[in-house]
Design a binder for this molecule. Structure first.
Ligand code: NAI
Ligand code: MG
Length: 500
Protein backbone atom coordinates (compact mmCIF):
# COMPACT_ATOMS: atom_id res chain seq x y z
CA UNK A 1 0.00 0.00 0.00
CA UNK A 2 1.36 3.45 -0.88
CA UNK A 3 1.74 6.13 1.77
CA UNK A 4 -1.04 8.04 0.04
CA UNK A 5 -3.44 5.14 0.35
CA UNK A 6 -2.42 4.54 3.96
CA UNK A 7 -2.93 8.22 4.57
CA UNK A 8 -6.34 8.19 2.98
CA UNK A 9 -7.33 5.00 4.73
CA UNK A 10 -6.37 6.50 8.05
CA UNK A 11 -8.33 9.62 7.25
CA UNK A 12 -11.38 7.68 6.19
CA UNK A 13 -11.46 5.96 9.60
CA UNK A 14 -13.09 9.12 10.76
CA UNK A 15 -15.22 10.22 7.84
CA UNK A 16 -15.73 13.61 9.38
CA UNK A 17 -12.06 14.49 9.69
CA UNK A 18 -11.10 16.80 6.82
CA UNK A 19 -8.32 15.95 4.37
CA UNK A 20 -5.45 18.36 4.98
CA UNK A 21 -3.99 19.90 1.85
CA UNK A 22 -1.01 22.21 1.41
CA UNK A 23 -2.32 25.33 -0.34
CA UNK A 24 -0.07 27.87 -2.07
CA UNK A 25 -1.77 31.15 -2.87
CA UNK A 26 0.82 31.96 -5.52
CA UNK A 27 1.56 35.32 -7.12
CA UNK A 28 -0.21 37.79 -9.40
CA UNK A 29 -3.82 36.71 -9.70
CA UNK A 30 -3.03 33.61 -7.60
CA UNK A 31 -4.48 34.79 -4.27
CA UNK A 32 -7.73 36.04 -5.89
CA UNK A 33 -8.45 32.88 -7.86
CA UNK A 34 -7.43 30.62 -4.96
CA UNK A 35 -9.75 32.50 -2.64
CA UNK A 36 -12.63 32.19 -5.12
CA UNK A 37 -11.91 28.50 -5.71
CA UNK A 38 -11.70 27.54 -2.04
CA UNK A 39 -14.93 29.42 -1.39
CA UNK A 40 -16.72 27.39 -4.07
CA UNK A 41 -15.25 24.08 -2.89
CA UNK A 42 -16.21 24.81 0.71
CA UNK A 43 -19.73 25.81 -0.27
CA UNK A 44 -20.04 22.51 -2.14
CA UNK A 45 -19.19 20.61 1.02
CA UNK A 46 -15.55 19.75 0.31
CA UNK A 47 -14.14 18.09 3.39
CA UNK A 48 -10.70 19.67 3.24
CA UNK A 49 -8.51 21.70 5.56
CA UNK A 50 -6.04 24.06 3.86
CA UNK A 51 -2.54 24.36 5.31
CA UNK A 52 -1.21 27.52 3.63
CA UNK A 53 2.40 27.39 2.45
CA UNK A 54 4.88 29.92 1.05
CA UNK A 55 6.42 29.45 -2.35
CA UNK A 56 7.03 31.55 -5.43
CA UNK A 57 8.16 35.08 -6.13
CA UNK A 58 8.58 36.37 -2.57
CA UNK A 59 10.64 33.35 -1.63
CA UNK A 60 12.79 33.67 -4.78
CA UNK A 61 13.39 37.37 -4.16
CA UNK A 62 14.38 36.69 -0.54
CA UNK A 63 17.44 34.96 -2.00
CA UNK A 64 16.18 31.38 -2.01
CA UNK A 65 16.88 30.26 -5.61
CA UNK A 66 14.59 27.22 -5.28
CA UNK A 67 11.54 29.43 -4.62
CA UNK A 68 10.25 27.26 -1.80
CA UNK A 69 10.71 27.52 1.99
CA UNK A 70 11.86 24.57 4.11
CA UNK A 71 8.66 24.87 6.13
CA UNK A 72 6.66 24.41 2.91
CA UNK A 73 8.49 21.15 2.22
CA UNK A 74 7.51 19.96 5.68
CA UNK A 75 3.86 20.85 5.05
CA UNK A 76 3.95 19.09 1.66
CA UNK A 77 5.45 15.96 3.20
CA UNK A 78 2.89 15.97 5.97
CA UNK A 79 -0.15 16.61 3.79
CA UNK A 80 0.78 14.82 0.54
CA UNK A 81 -1.58 16.98 -1.51
CA UNK A 82 -0.59 20.38 -2.94
CA UNK A 83 -3.08 22.83 -4.36
CA UNK A 84 -1.05 25.50 -6.08
CA UNK A 85 -2.06 28.83 -7.61
CA UNK A 86 0.22 30.10 -10.40
CA UNK A 87 3.46 31.73 -9.35
CA UNK A 88 5.71 34.33 -10.93
CA UNK A 89 9.24 33.21 -11.67
CA UNK A 90 11.39 36.36 -11.47
CA UNK A 91 13.39 37.12 -14.60
CA UNK A 92 17.12 36.74 -14.29
CA UNK A 93 19.71 34.09 -13.79
CA UNK A 94 19.92 31.46 -11.11
CA UNK A 95 16.22 30.96 -10.34
CA UNK A 96 15.31 27.32 -10.68
CA UNK A 97 11.90 26.36 -12.04
CA UNK A 98 9.79 25.52 -9.02
CA UNK A 99 7.58 23.20 -11.03
CA UNK A 100 10.55 21.16 -12.20
CA UNK A 101 11.91 21.04 -8.64
CA UNK A 102 8.57 19.87 -7.23
CA UNK A 103 8.00 17.36 -10.01
CA UNK A 104 11.45 15.82 -9.69
CA UNK A 105 11.90 15.82 -5.94
CA UNK A 106 8.42 14.52 -5.20
CA UNK A 107 8.47 11.89 -7.97
CA UNK A 108 5.37 13.27 -9.68
CA UNK A 109 5.41 10.75 -12.51
CA UNK A 110 2.10 11.51 -14.19
CA UNK A 111 0.91 14.79 -15.65
CA UNK A 112 -2.82 14.70 -16.17
CA UNK A 113 -4.50 17.36 -18.25
CA UNK A 114 -8.23 17.15 -19.00
CA UNK A 115 -9.46 19.35 -21.85
CA UNK A 116 -13.13 19.80 -22.56
CA UNK A 117 -14.52 22.10 -25.24
CA UNK A 118 -16.90 24.72 -23.89
CA UNK A 119 -18.55 25.90 -27.10
CA UNK A 120 -20.37 28.11 -27.75
CA UNK A 121 -19.32 29.94 -24.58
CA UNK A 122 -15.63 29.53 -25.40
CA UNK A 123 -15.03 29.21 -29.15
CA UNK A 124 -13.56 25.95 -30.41
CA UNK A 125 -13.98 24.09 -33.68
CA UNK A 126 -14.61 20.91 -31.73
CA UNK A 127 -17.69 21.15 -29.52
CA UNK A 128 -17.61 17.40 -28.72
CA UNK A 129 -14.02 17.36 -27.51
CA UNK A 130 -13.46 15.87 -24.05
CA UNK A 131 -9.94 14.49 -23.78
CA UNK A 132 -7.56 13.70 -20.93
CA UNK A 133 -3.87 13.65 -21.80
CA UNK A 134 -1.78 11.58 -19.38
CA UNK A 135 1.89 12.32 -19.87
CA UNK A 136 4.82 10.48 -18.33
CA UNK A 137 6.58 13.21 -16.41
CA UNK A 138 10.03 12.03 -15.31
CA UNK A 139 11.80 10.11 -18.06
CA UNK A 140 12.41 10.17 -21.79
CA UNK A 141 14.53 13.00 -23.20
CA UNK A 142 13.88 15.11 -20.09
CA UNK A 143 16.53 13.45 -17.91
CA UNK A 144 18.82 16.27 -18.97
CA UNK A 145 21.73 13.97 -19.85
CA UNK A 146 23.36 15.66 -22.81
CA UNK A 147 26.89 15.56 -24.14
CA UNK A 148 28.95 17.09 -26.85
CA UNK A 149 31.01 14.22 -28.17
CA UNK A 150 32.97 15.56 -31.09
CA UNK A 151 33.48 18.86 -32.85
CA UNK A 152 30.25 18.35 -34.76
CA UNK A 153 28.09 15.92 -32.80
CA UNK A 154 25.90 16.44 -29.72
CA UNK A 155 23.67 13.88 -28.05
CA UNK A 156 20.76 13.70 -25.61
CA UNK A 157 20.01 10.43 -23.83
CA UNK A 158 16.48 9.14 -24.01
CA UNK A 159 15.78 6.97 -20.99
CA UNK A 160 12.67 4.83 -20.83
CA UNK A 161 12.28 2.39 -17.96
CA UNK A 162 10.02 -0.57 -17.35
CA UNK A 163 8.85 0.67 -13.94
CA UNK A 164 8.21 4.09 -15.48
CA UNK A 165 6.13 2.60 -18.32
CA UNK A 166 4.21 0.24 -16.07
CA UNK A 167 3.37 3.04 -13.67
CA UNK A 168 2.12 5.53 -16.27
CA UNK A 169 0.22 2.99 -18.37
CA UNK A 170 -1.47 1.52 -15.34
CA UNK A 171 -2.23 4.99 -14.05
CA UNK A 172 -3.96 5.80 -17.35
CA UNK A 173 -6.17 2.69 -17.22
CA UNK A 174 -6.88 3.17 -13.52
CA UNK A 175 -7.79 6.80 -14.24
CA UNK A 176 -10.20 5.68 -16.96
CA UNK A 177 -11.73 3.12 -14.65
CA UNK A 178 -11.91 5.52 -11.71
CA UNK A 179 -13.69 8.29 -13.59
CA UNK A 180 -15.89 6.37 -16.01
CA UNK A 181 -13.80 6.93 -19.17
CA UNK A 182 -14.16 4.42 -21.99
CA UNK A 183 -11.04 4.37 -24.13
CA UNK A 184 -7.27 4.71 -23.67
CA UNK A 185 -5.10 5.56 -26.69
CA UNK A 186 -1.34 5.08 -26.45
CA UNK A 187 0.77 7.29 -28.73
CA UNK A 188 4.42 6.56 -29.50
CA UNK A 189 7.06 6.43 -32.21
CA UNK A 190 7.96 2.80 -31.78
CA UNK A 191 8.23 2.14 -35.52
CA UNK A 192 11.50 4.10 -35.23
CA UNK A 193 12.50 3.77 -31.56
CA UNK A 194 11.82 0.05 -31.35
CA UNK A 195 13.61 -0.48 -28.06
CA UNK A 196 12.61 2.55 -25.96
CA UNK A 197 9.17 3.42 -27.32
CA UNK A 198 8.84 -0.28 -28.13
CA UNK A 199 9.04 -1.05 -24.40
CA UNK A 200 6.29 1.49 -23.66
CA UNK A 201 4.12 -0.13 -26.34
CA UNK A 202 4.84 -3.63 -25.06
CA UNK A 203 3.92 -2.64 -21.51
CA UNK A 204 0.72 -1.05 -22.83
CA UNK A 205 -0.15 -4.32 -24.59
CA UNK A 206 0.60 -6.28 -21.42
CA UNK A 207 -1.56 -4.13 -19.15
CA UNK A 208 -4.53 -3.30 -21.42
CA UNK A 209 -6.15 -6.78 -21.19
CA UNK A 210 -6.46 -6.33 -17.43
CA UNK A 211 -9.07 -3.65 -18.19
CA UNK A 212 -11.45 -5.44 -20.56
CA UNK A 213 -14.21 -2.85 -20.09
CA UNK A 214 -11.93 -0.12 -21.49
CA UNK A 215 -11.18 0.02 -25.20
CA UNK A 216 -7.46 0.32 -25.94
CA UNK A 217 -5.59 1.33 -29.08
CA UNK A 218 -2.12 2.46 -30.10
CA UNK A 219 -1.21 5.06 -32.68
CA UNK A 220 2.06 6.36 -34.02
CA UNK A 221 2.52 9.80 -32.46
CA UNK A 222 2.78 11.75 -35.72
CA UNK A 223 -0.46 10.53 -37.25
CA UNK A 224 -2.03 10.30 -33.80
CA UNK A 225 -1.41 13.95 -32.99
CA UNK A 226 -2.55 14.95 -36.47
CA UNK A 227 -5.81 13.07 -35.92
CA UNK A 228 -6.14 14.55 -32.46
CA UNK A 229 -5.90 18.01 -33.99
CA UNK A 230 -8.43 17.15 -36.71
CA UNK A 231 -10.92 14.98 -34.77
CA UNK A 232 -10.35 15.35 -31.03
CA UNK A 233 -13.84 13.98 -30.35
CA UNK A 234 -12.46 10.53 -31.32
CA UNK A 235 -10.22 10.52 -28.24
CA UNK A 236 -10.92 9.93 -24.58
CA UNK A 237 -7.79 9.22 -22.51
CA UNK A 238 -4.38 9.49 -24.20
CA UNK A 239 -1.26 8.07 -22.55
CA UNK A 240 2.18 8.89 -23.87
CA UNK A 241 5.85 9.51 -23.11
CA UNK A 242 7.19 12.79 -21.77
CA UNK A 243 8.15 14.76 -24.90
CA UNK A 244 5.14 13.70 -26.98
CA UNK A 245 2.89 14.41 -24.02
CA UNK A 246 4.38 17.86 -23.54
CA UNK A 247 3.49 18.70 -27.13
CA UNK A 248 0.10 17.07 -27.46
CA UNK A 249 -1.19 18.32 -24.12
CA UNK A 250 -0.61 21.85 -25.39
CA UNK A 251 -2.21 21.01 -28.74
CA UNK A 252 -5.21 19.59 -26.90
CA UNK A 253 -5.63 22.67 -24.67
CA UNK A 254 -5.23 24.99 -27.64
CA UNK A 255 -7.76 23.31 -29.94
CA UNK A 256 -10.14 22.91 -27.02
CA UNK A 257 -10.09 26.69 -27.03
CA UNK A 258 -9.79 26.87 -23.31
CA UNK A 259 -6.15 27.24 -22.26
CA UNK A 260 -7.38 29.69 -19.63
CA UNK A 261 -9.88 27.17 -18.27
CA UNK A 262 -7.79 24.00 -17.93
CA UNK A 263 -6.44 22.52 -14.76
CA UNK A 264 -3.74 19.92 -14.50
CA UNK A 265 -2.53 17.42 -11.98
CA UNK A 266 0.92 16.06 -11.28
CA UNK A 267 0.62 12.72 -9.58
CA UNK A 268 3.24 10.79 -7.63
CA UNK A 269 3.18 7.63 -5.57
CA UNK A 270 2.77 9.58 -2.37
CA UNK A 271 2.21 13.21 -3.31
CA UNK A 272 -0.06 14.89 -5.85
CA UNK A 273 -0.12 18.51 -7.00
CA UNK A 274 -3.04 20.33 -8.63
CA UNK A 275 -2.86 23.64 -10.49
CA UNK A 276 -4.20 25.72 -13.38
CA UNK A 277 -2.20 25.60 -16.61
CA UNK A 278 -2.11 29.38 -17.07
CA UNK A 279 0.40 31.64 -15.33
CA UNK A 280 0.13 34.36 -12.71
CA UNK A 281 -1.18 37.02 -15.16
CA UNK A 282 0.57 39.96 -13.46
CA UNK A 283 -1.09 42.32 -16.00
CA UNK A 284 -4.50 41.84 -14.36
CA UNK A 285 -3.46 41.05 -10.78
CA UNK A 286 -5.42 42.62 -7.94
CA UNK A 287 -8.23 43.85 -10.20
CA UNK A 288 -10.83 41.19 -9.33
CA UNK A 289 -11.26 40.34 -13.03
CA UNK A 290 -9.31 37.06 -13.33
CA UNK A 291 -11.11 33.89 -14.32
CA UNK A 292 -10.83 31.29 -11.53
CA UNK A 293 -11.99 28.44 -13.81
CA UNK A 294 -8.55 26.90 -14.49
CA UNK A 295 -7.79 26.60 -10.80
CA UNK A 296 -11.37 25.51 -10.09
CA UNK A 297 -10.99 22.67 -12.61
CA UNK A 298 -7.75 21.67 -10.88
CA UNK A 299 -9.71 21.73 -7.62
CA UNK A 300 -12.36 19.45 -9.14
CA UNK A 301 -9.62 16.95 -10.06
CA UNK A 302 -8.25 17.27 -6.53
CA UNK A 303 -11.66 16.42 -5.10
CA UNK A 304 -11.82 13.34 -7.32
CA UNK A 305 -8.28 12.36 -6.35
CA UNK A 306 -9.08 12.35 -2.63
CA UNK A 307 -12.24 10.33 -3.23
CA UNK A 308 -14.70 13.22 -2.88
CA UNK A 309 -16.02 12.66 -6.40
CA UNK A 310 -19.53 13.79 -5.52
CA UNK A 311 -18.26 17.19 -4.47
CA UNK A 312 -16.25 17.29 -7.71
CA UNK A 313 -19.37 16.55 -9.77
CA UNK A 314 -21.43 19.10 -7.87
CA UNK A 315 -18.88 21.87 -8.45
CA UNK A 316 -18.35 20.92 -12.09
CA UNK A 317 -22.08 20.89 -12.81
CA UNK A 318 -22.61 24.26 -11.12
CA UNK A 319 -19.67 25.74 -13.02
CA UNK A 320 -20.92 24.42 -16.38
CA UNK A 321 -24.38 25.71 -15.57
CA UNK A 322 -22.95 29.17 -14.79
CA UNK A 323 -21.18 29.24 -18.16
CA UNK A 324 -24.39 28.18 -19.90
CA UNK A 325 -26.33 30.94 -18.19
CA UNK A 326 -23.94 33.41 -19.77
CA UNK A 327 -22.22 34.67 -16.62
CA UNK A 328 -18.65 35.10 -17.81
CA UNK A 329 -15.43 36.69 -16.65
CA UNK A 330 -13.86 39.32 -18.89
CA UNK A 331 -11.43 36.93 -20.64
CA UNK A 332 -14.26 34.88 -22.18
CA UNK A 333 -16.99 37.54 -22.28
CA UNK A 334 -18.42 38.02 -25.80
CA UNK A 335 -21.28 40.27 -26.92
CA UNK A 336 -24.20 38.20 -28.14
CA UNK A 337 -23.09 35.04 -26.35
CA UNK A 338 -22.56 36.22 -22.78
CA UNK A 339 -25.28 37.65 -20.60
CA UNK A 340 -23.24 39.47 -17.99
CA UNK A 341 -19.57 40.24 -17.36
CA UNK A 342 -18.62 39.28 -13.82
CA UNK A 343 -15.56 39.84 -11.67
CA UNK A 344 -13.73 37.00 -9.94
CA UNK A 345 -15.74 37.20 -6.72
CA UNK A 346 -19.15 37.63 -8.37
CA UNK A 347 -18.41 34.70 -10.71
CA UNK A 348 -17.57 32.50 -7.72
CA UNK A 349 -20.81 33.58 -6.03
CA UNK A 350 -22.76 32.68 -9.20
CA UNK A 351 -21.21 29.21 -9.23
CA UNK A 352 -22.08 28.82 -5.55
CA UNK A 353 -25.68 29.82 -6.19
CA UNK A 354 -25.83 27.10 -8.88
CA UNK A 355 -24.56 24.31 -6.61
CA UNK A 356 -27.01 21.45 -6.84
CA UNK A 357 -28.14 22.44 -10.34
CA UNK A 358 -27.25 20.49 -13.48
CA UNK A 359 -26.05 21.80 -16.83
CA UNK A 360 -28.50 21.48 -19.72
CA UNK A 361 -26.30 22.15 -22.79
CA UNK A 362 -23.22 20.29 -21.52
CA UNK A 363 -23.09 16.69 -20.34
CA UNK A 364 -23.28 16.25 -16.61
CA UNK A 365 -20.05 15.64 -14.74
CA UNK A 366 -19.59 11.91 -14.16
CA UNK A 367 -16.59 11.62 -11.85
CA UNK A 368 -18.57 9.57 -9.35
CA UNK A 369 -19.73 7.11 -12.05
CA UNK A 370 -16.40 5.27 -11.81
CA UNK A 371 -14.87 3.59 -8.82
CA UNK A 372 -13.19 6.79 -7.66
CA UNK A 373 -9.92 5.28 -6.46
CA UNK A 374 -6.69 4.90 -8.39
CA UNK A 375 -4.31 2.14 -7.41
CA UNK A 376 -0.91 1.71 -8.98
CA UNK A 377 0.96 -1.25 -7.50
CA UNK A 378 4.68 -1.14 -6.75
CA UNK A 379 7.02 -2.42 -9.41
CA UNK A 380 8.18 -6.00 -9.10
CA UNK A 381 11.33 -6.71 -11.11
CA UNK A 382 11.61 -10.07 -12.83
CA UNK A 383 15.30 -11.02 -12.99
CA UNK A 384 16.60 -11.85 -16.45
CA UNK A 385 19.82 -13.42 -17.69
CA UNK A 386 22.09 -10.70 -19.04
CA UNK A 387 24.87 -11.62 -21.46
CA UNK A 388 27.54 -9.38 -22.99
CA UNK A 389 27.85 -10.12 -26.74
CA UNK A 390 29.65 -7.10 -28.16
CA UNK A 391 30.47 -3.43 -27.89
CA UNK A 392 29.83 -0.28 -29.85
CA UNK A 393 32.96 1.85 -29.79
CA UNK A 394 32.32 5.47 -30.77
CA UNK A 395 35.31 7.13 -32.38
CA UNK A 396 36.00 10.76 -33.23
CA UNK A 397 37.64 10.59 -36.65
CA UNK A 398 37.97 13.50 -39.04
CA UNK A 399 38.41 11.42 -42.20
CA UNK A 400 35.72 11.06 -44.84
CA UNK A 401 36.36 7.65 -46.40
CA UNK A 402 34.76 4.89 -44.28
CA UNK A 403 36.96 2.24 -45.90
CA UNK A 404 40.06 3.83 -44.37
CA UNK A 405 38.83 3.61 -40.76
CA UNK A 406 37.08 0.31 -41.50
CA UNK A 407 40.16 -1.40 -42.91
CA UNK A 408 42.27 -0.14 -40.00
CA UNK A 409 39.84 -1.35 -37.35
CA UNK A 410 39.30 -4.70 -39.05
CA UNK A 411 42.93 -5.53 -38.25
CA UNK A 412 42.32 -4.99 -34.53
CA UNK A 413 41.04 -8.05 -32.64
CA UNK A 414 40.85 -9.03 -29.01
CA UNK A 415 39.84 -12.56 -28.02
CA UNK A 416 36.57 -13.22 -29.91
CA UNK A 417 35.91 -9.56 -30.65
CA UNK A 418 35.85 -8.61 -34.35
CA UNK A 419 34.65 -5.53 -36.20
CA UNK A 420 31.17 -6.19 -37.59
CA UNK A 421 30.25 -2.86 -39.09
CA UNK A 422 30.60 0.88 -38.82
CA UNK A 423 27.71 3.31 -38.94
CA UNK A 424 27.68 7.07 -39.20
CA UNK A 425 24.60 8.73 -37.73
CA UNK A 426 23.03 5.28 -37.66
CA UNK A 427 23.59 4.40 -41.33
CA UNK A 428 25.93 1.56 -42.21
CA UNK A 429 28.97 2.89 -44.06
CA UNK A 430 31.34 -0.11 -43.66
CA UNK A 431 31.58 -2.67 -45.08
CA UNK A 432 29.90 -1.88 -48.37
CA UNK A 433 28.60 1.60 -47.67
CA UNK A 434 27.17 3.94 -50.27
CA UNK A 435 29.24 6.80 -51.52
CA UNK A 436 26.31 9.19 -51.13
CA UNK A 437 26.01 8.77 -47.34
CA UNK A 438 27.17 11.93 -45.61
CA UNK A 439 29.67 11.19 -42.87
CA UNK A 440 30.31 13.36 -39.86
CA UNK A 441 33.16 13.01 -37.32
CA UNK A 442 31.28 10.47 -35.16
CA UNK A 443 31.79 6.80 -36.06
CA UNK A 444 29.98 4.00 -34.29
CA UNK A 445 32.17 0.92 -34.67
CA UNK A 446 30.47 -2.32 -33.67
CA UNK A 447 32.69 -5.13 -32.40
CA UNK A 448 30.95 -8.39 -31.60
CA UNK A 449 31.87 -11.78 -30.19
CA UNK A 450 32.44 -14.29 -33.01
CA UNK A 451 32.70 -18.01 -32.15
CA UNK A 452 34.46 -20.89 -33.96
CA UNK A 453 31.64 -21.52 -36.44
CA UNK A 454 31.66 -17.79 -37.30
CA UNK A 455 28.42 -16.93 -35.53
CA UNK A 456 28.17 -13.28 -34.51
CA UNK A 457 27.10 -12.02 -31.09
CA UNK A 458 28.69 -14.85 -29.16
CA UNK A 459 29.12 -14.17 -25.43
CA UNK A 460 32.29 -12.32 -24.40
CA UNK A 461 33.88 -11.04 -21.19
CA UNK A 462 34.28 -7.39 -20.29
CA UNK A 463 38.05 -7.96 -20.00
CA UNK A 464 38.01 -8.64 -23.73
CA UNK A 465 36.44 -5.23 -24.26
CA UNK A 466 39.18 -3.58 -22.19
CA UNK A 467 41.84 -5.35 -24.23
CA UNK A 468 40.15 -4.25 -27.44
CA UNK A 469 39.92 -0.64 -26.29
CA UNK A 470 43.58 -0.44 -25.38
CA UNK A 471 44.48 -1.80 -28.84
CA UNK A 472 42.21 0.73 -30.55
CA UNK A 473 43.72 3.52 -28.48
CA UNK A 474 47.23 2.26 -29.23
CA UNK A 475 46.37 2.52 -32.93
CA UNK A 476 45.75 6.24 -32.31
CA UNK A 477 41.98 6.26 -32.60
CA UNK A 478 40.12 8.71 -30.37
CA UNK A 479 37.53 6.68 -28.45
CA UNK A 480 34.82 9.01 -27.18
CA UNK A 481 32.47 6.50 -25.65
CA UNK A 482 31.38 2.89 -25.63
CA UNK A 483 28.04 1.18 -25.33
CA UNK A 484 27.86 -2.47 -24.27
CA UNK A 485 25.71 -4.84 -26.31
CA UNK A 486 23.69 -7.20 -24.16
CA UNK A 487 21.21 -9.98 -24.66
CA UNK A 488 18.56 -10.39 -21.97
CA UNK A 489 17.12 -13.91 -21.71
CA UNK A 490 18.64 -14.59 -25.15
CA UNK A 491 16.86 -11.58 -26.69
CA UNK A 492 18.77 -8.77 -28.34
CA UNK A 493 18.89 -5.64 -26.16
CA UNK A 494 20.19 -3.27 -28.84
CA UNK A 495 19.15 -2.10 -32.27
CA UNK A 496 20.78 -3.20 -35.50
CA UNK A 497 22.42 -0.55 -37.66
CA UNK A 498 20.37 0.69 -40.63
CA UNK A 499 21.46 -1.71 -43.36
CA UNK A 500 23.15 -4.19 -40.96
P1 NAI B 1 -0.11 33.93 -18.18
O1 NAI B 1 -0.84 32.67 -18.37
O2 NAI B 1 0.08 34.40 -16.79
O3 NAI B 1 -0.84 35.10 -18.99
C1 NAI B 1 -1.06 35.09 -20.39
C2 NAI B 1 -2.27 35.98 -20.73
O4 NAI B 1 -3.46 35.31 -20.28
C3 NAI B 1 -2.26 37.31 -20.01
O5 NAI B 1 -2.81 38.29 -20.85
C4 NAI B 1 -3.15 37.10 -18.80
O6 NAI B 1 -3.79 38.26 -18.37
C5 NAI B 1 -4.16 36.10 -19.34
N1 NAI B 1 -4.64 35.21 -18.27
C6 NAI B 1 -3.98 34.16 -17.71
N2 NAI B 1 -4.70 33.58 -16.77
C7 NAI B 1 -5.87 34.26 -16.72
C8 NAI B 1 -7.05 34.11 -15.94
N3 NAI B 1 -7.16 33.15 -15.01
N4 NAI B 1 -8.06 34.98 -16.16
C9 NAI B 1 -7.98 35.93 -17.10
N5 NAI B 1 -6.89 36.11 -17.87
C10 NAI B 1 -5.85 35.28 -17.69
O7 NAI B 1 1.31 33.76 -18.91
P2 NAI B 1 2.58 34.71 -18.92
O8 NAI B 1 2.15 36.13 -18.99
O9 NAI B 1 3.45 34.16 -19.95
O10 NAI B 1 3.31 34.48 -17.53
C11 NAI B 1 3.16 35.28 -16.38
C12 NAI B 1 3.91 34.67 -15.22
O11 NAI B 1 3.34 33.41 -14.89
C13 NAI B 1 5.38 34.40 -15.50
O12 NAI B 1 6.13 34.78 -14.37
C14 NAI B 1 5.45 32.92 -15.69
O13 NAI B 1 6.70 32.40 -15.29
C15 NAI B 1 4.38 32.45 -14.74
N6 NAI B 1 3.80 31.11 -15.06
C16 NAI B 1 3.56 30.30 -14.00
C17 NAI B 1 2.99 29.06 -14.18
C18 NAI B 1 2.74 28.22 -12.97
O14 NAI B 1 2.90 28.67 -11.85
N7 NAI B 1 2.33 26.98 -13.14
C19 NAI B 1 2.63 28.56 -15.52
C20 NAI B 1 2.89 29.51 -16.58
C21 NAI B 1 3.47 30.74 -16.34
MG1 MG C 1 4.97 22.34 -22.10
Amino acid sequence: MSTLEANQQEKSKDLNSPVKIAVANGDGIGPEIMDATLKILNAAGANIEPDFIELGEKVYLSGNTSGIEDSSWKAINANKIIFKAPITTPQGKGYKSLNVTLRKSLGLFANVRPVQALTPYVPSHFPEMDVVVIRENEEDLYAGIEHRQTQDVYQCLKLITRPGCERIVRYAFEYARAFGRKKVTCMLKDNIMKITDGLFHKVFDEIAPEYPEITSETQIIDIGSARLAAKPEDYDVIVTANLYGDIISDIAAEIGGSVGMCGSANIGKNVAMFEAIHGSAPDIAGKNIANPSGLLNAGISLMAHIGQTEVGDKVKNAWLRTLEEGYHTADIYREGVSKQKLGTKAFADRVISNLGKKPSHFNESELSKGKGQINVPDYARKEQKKELVGIDVFIDWKGTDPDIIGNALEKIEAYKLRLKMITNRGVKVFPNGLEETYCTDHWRCRFVGVDQDNTSYAPIEFDHVLALLSKISAANFDVIKTENLYNFDEKRGFSLGQGE
